[in-house]
Ligand binder design. Structure first.
Ligand code: CP
Length: 316
């Protein structure tokens, strides 16, 4: 495997290899000197056509912890504004020495085009493409779940038997799609809940249960409830009557949070959080919310992905 483009086609063995390698990488982050010489002499290019806080900075931290050089390409001040194409931009960055391209793009399928149309000779890592996929987010979510479940005994284990509920704006969410495929591959049961207007066409073909009644779902045994950000920037029209009505139906409000507070149910959020819309401040700030743990685990998972791709240690 040369690229990481999606979790839909990520094999069980490669998913476990990434999670197990991330487990080893996490020990580096616990040291006073957080560095390995593994990727010395290699260059990782961060090419972000959409804004990011977590993904971009954690890829940079991951590459630096492996001693790679990092080029942070600022799309907004680049010759992209003069009309330079994606292909020419990438080939220019490779001429400067890029070995891996970490790309976030507003177009679904952009990473596949880069990798499969012969536009790039580098390892391509999809850091989020439109509403399609965000594979490293799903891997860090799985890593977080596995660590919470198995602690230091996590290596080699999958998520068989877990029940994860993904809530909210499924339609626009690449995080939801990547999580659905990866959780399914790792043996977890996935339920989706959200307004009918924010469920994708064809969701009935996905390996999930759909239940529009979030309270009924939370009354079941749930290992994790993953709250999604309402992606207002991708909504051309109105998908729900008002923010208050969205929150009443599908927000993790204080009342709903009280029904799971103190239980083993984890609250997850990929960030950034819309406090007061999809999640209340009480739920967001609670010890059950793993959002910051997810961010920290993202560095280990991205170290693992960079290492395995650049060292060529993943199977097909
Ligand atoms: N979860 C996530 O992708 O966050 P950023 O947009 O800040 O990278």
């Amino acid at each position: 495997m040369r690229h990481l483009l999606a979790t839909r086609d990520l094999s069980y063995d490669n998913a476990l290899a990434i999670l197990d390698t991330a487990q080893e990488m996490a020990t580096v982050s616990d040291r006073s000197i957080k560095k390995l010489p593994t990727l010395r002499g290699q260059t990782v290019v961060n090419l972000f056509f959409e804004d990011s806080t977590r993904t971009r900075t954690s890829f940079e931290a991951a590459a630096k912890r492996l001693s790679a050089d990092v080029l942070n390409f600022a799309v907004k001040t680049s010759s992209v504004s003069k009309g330079e194409s994606l292909k020419d931009t990438v080939q220019t960055l490779e001429a400067i020495g890029g070995d891996a391209i970490v790309m976030r793009h507003w177009a679904s399928g952009a990473a596949q085009q880069l990798a499969n149309f012969g536009w790039s000779s580098s390892a391509v890592i999809n850091a989020g493409d439109g509403t399609h996929e965000h594979p490293t987010q799903a891997l860090l979510d799985a890593f977080t779940l596995r660590n919470r479940l198995y602690g230091t005994e996590a290596t080699g284990k999958d998520l068989n038997g877990l029940h994860v509920v993904i809530v909210g704006d499924i339609l626009h969410s690449r995080v939801a799609r990547s999580n659905v495929w990866l959780l399914h591959t790792l043996g977890a049961k996935v339920s989706l809940s959200g307004p009918p207007t924010l469920m994708p066409v064809g969701v009935n073909t996905w390996p999930v249960d759909v239940n529009y009644d979030l309270d009924a779902l939370l009354a079941q045994r749930v290992d994790a409830v993953m709250m999604l950000r309402v992606q207002a920037e991708r909504m051309a029209g109105a998908f729900f009557p008002s923010p208050a009505e969205y929150t009443r139906g599908w927000g993790l409000t204080n009342d709903r949070y009280q029904t799971i507070a103190g239980t083993d149910t984890l609250i997850m959020h990929p960030g950034p959080m819309n406090r007061g819309l999809e999640i209340s401040a009480a739920a967001a700030d609670s010890a059950q919310n793993t959002a910051l743990e997810q961010v920290a685990n993202g560095v280990s998972v991205r170290m693992a992905v960079l290492y395995l791709l650049l060292a060529g240690q993943l199977g097909q």
